[in-house]
Write a protein that binds this ligand. Structure first.
Ligand code: SF4
Length: 357
């Protein structure tokens, strides 16, 4: 499996919690130049076959309809094969029926909608510029055109009554997306505290509610109706190859016994001047490659082939984690238990340290 990621670094305004690279001051001229540059960079990879394409950002849906249409048209002309999954990230306020029709014609078959909450006060607190009304309107059009779609939500927002998040989630379930990604607002602080009961409860409640509604948790933050797991994100978690084009985009390619990573810098003017200038080259040798496979792979609910920790000679660390109720063996795989799902960071750190000593 191989994925292509395309970064669109434009946003109308910056959300409070966001760490992705994007700019908020731009005009049509810079957008046009950037899009042309993306196509130029893609020429490097036109002989590659991609199973999935993900256009993310930033806010890809902010692109003017004519630019979006030309971009997708030119990209499709260069693609060696059509990907099975072709996603575009969108914000509710920037989607219209006309734009969605362009996306459909351009081969997009999946929309990932940044909803985050169905409460207008929470949206304001997060720095989002859409309202609940925009979400209803966008999802009406998305469904009308028959897209497969994901909704992103944020939970565990400090000082916010948990009931508001649950109410929001129920409204989102009623929109019937076939995929829901749930991200913790306080993720960075979640595992630093010895006992974070609020966050834990919140995560448990979200999982239980989504499971009741027929969503299967297949990754620590992701839930899908059967058959609708996000193939592109699975490429990241299973450490398959991906190429990232655009400013700030990252790439990773596996070779026999090694792995290579590189990225673009975070300067849009430099990218436009020279889209084929890469930095942060990193060469990962076999043992580190395996530990990465183990550590990232544990995000998947199915876990990782037990052959990996055996080859790394860290079975005693695996046994410790099993003894503490954080890991479990299922068939040929080692995976997180229900309790382990809440302590992924600890499990990863423990395994990494055992490997290093
Ligand atoms: S719209 Fe998305 S990419 Fe843009 S600032 Fe908000 S969270 Fe970040």
């Amino acid at each position: 499996m191989r994925g292509l990621y395309i970064h669109i670094p434009f946003c109308k305004s910056k959300c409070k919690y966001c760490s992705f690279y994007s700019i908020t001051h731009f005009d049509k001229d810079i957008i046009s130049k950037y899009i042309k540059t993306l196509l130029k960079e893609f020429e490097l990879y036109k002989n590659y076959e991609f199973d999935t394409i993900y256009i993310g950002g930033g806010t890809p849906s902010i692109l003017p309809t004519n630019i979006l249409s030309d971009f997708l048209h030119n990209l499709l002309l260069m693609l060696k094969k059509m990907p099975t999954e072709f996603t575009l990230e969108a914000n509710p306020e920037s989607l219209s029926l006309e734009k969605l029709k362009i996306l459909k014609e351009g081969g997009i078959n999946r929309i990932s909608l940044g909803v985050q909450s169905m409460d207008n006060n929470v949206l304001k607190f997060l720095g989002r510029i859409h309202t609940q009304h925009d979400v209803y309107k966008a999802t009406y059009f998305i469904k009308k055109l028959g897209f497969n779609f994901n909704i992103d939500i944020i939970y565990d927002i400090p000082t916010l009554d948990e009931q508001i998040i649950i109410k929001s989630l129920k409204k989102i379930c009623n929109l019937a997306p076939n995929h829901i990604s749930s991200y913790s607002y306080s993720f960075d602080t979640l595992f630093l505290s010895e006992s974070p009961p609020v966050e834990k409860t919140s995560m448990y409640k979200i999982r239980n509610l989504l499971q009741e509604k027929g969503y299967i948790q297949y990754e620590i933050s992701n839930f899908a109706k059967p058959g609708f797991q996000c193939k592109h994100n699975i490429i990241y978690w299973k450490m398959h190859d991906y190429i990232g084009i655009g400013v700030a985009a990252h790439s990773m390619v596996n070779k026999i016994n090694k792995r290579i990573r590189w990225s673009h810098n975070t300067n849009i003017s430099m990218y436009i001047q020279n889209p084929c200038q890469y930095e942060n080259y990193e060469l990962i040798h076999n043992k580190n490659k395996l530990i990465e496979n183990l550590i990232f792979g544990l995000r998947m609910i199915d876990g990782v082939d037990i052959a990996i920790p055996k080859e790394l000679n860290i079975m005693s660390a695996i046994d410790d984690l099993i003894y503490n109720g954080l890991l479990n063996i299922k068939g040929d795989n080692v995976c997180l238990t229900e309790k382990g799902l809440l302590f992924l960071d600890y499990v990863q750190e423990y395994l990494y340290t055992s490997f290093s000593v």
